[in-house]
Design a protein around this ligand. Structure first.
Ligand code: S6P
Ligand code: ZN
Length: 195
């Protein structure tokens, strides 16, 4: 695959018009994740079953722009996580590592109140960082990342990553992150899982 050049990209690839409230970017590819897509990631399984009995709400959406596929190209996505809880955990993303493990990513908070859970793949060391207006989070390579909405309004953010990063969901589908983010007295807290 050859890298994108100024001549080969049309205006829709060069100019991204986005709406952080709607979670849309003109011409972007959209993915939606509902509560039913997140089975098994929450600590409190009874609370998950109770929430599912009530329906299947939209938990988050991502709209992705992929202008080029060369090694030096960038992709970016606009994510919106809706407010909600399952037990003491917040609505959150599935979370992933990049298939090309070296790939870093920059998250820029646009609205709402969020946190990111970062997990070093080699050591398992976990950190929780704030994400919201005025906060950017740098996710280094070899680092699993998950985002949670810890507020009462939609959390929107943009994530920018190398075009060749790819998404590896397999690791956390089989063993989940080592830590969970739970609501403790109205504030998010990082807590080690037992399993
Ligand atoms: C992509 C970037 C984000 C996520 C989004 C949803 O590298 O990290 O756009 O795709 O936050 O999370 P997930 O884990 O479902 O892809
Ligand atoms: Zn990522």
């Amino acid at each position: 695959m050859s890298a994108a050049t100024l001549q080969s990209l049309d205006i829709n690839a060069l100019l991204g018009r986005f709406d952080p409230a709607a979670g849309t970017i003109e011409g972007a590819r959209r993915t939606e994740r509902r509560l039913s897509d997140l089975a098994g990631i929450f600590l409190d399984q009874a609370a998950y079953r109770a929430a599912r009995a009530d329906g299947d709400p939209l938990v988050y959406s991502v709209e992705v722009v992929e202008p080029g596929t060369g090694d030096g190209d960038l992709h970016y996505g606009l994510g919106v996580i809706h407010p909600g809880r399952v037990g003491r955990e917040y609505f959150m993303t599935k979370g992933h590592l990049h298939s090309w493990r070296e790939a870093a990513e920059l998250y820029i908070g646009l609205s709402g109140k969020g946190v990111m859970l970062l997990e070093d793949e080699a050591t398992g060391e976990s950190r929780m960082l704030p994400l919201g207006p005025g906060c950017a989070v740098y996710v280094p390579g070899h680092t699993g990342h998950r985002t949670a909405n810890v507020g009462e309004t939609p959390l929107s953010y943009i994530g920018i990553y190398p075009a060749r990063a790819g998404h590896d969901y397999g690791v956390y589908a089989s063993r989940n992150f080592r830590c969970a983010i739970i609501d403790e007295g109205g504030a998010p807290k990082l807590m080690r899982r037992n399993s």
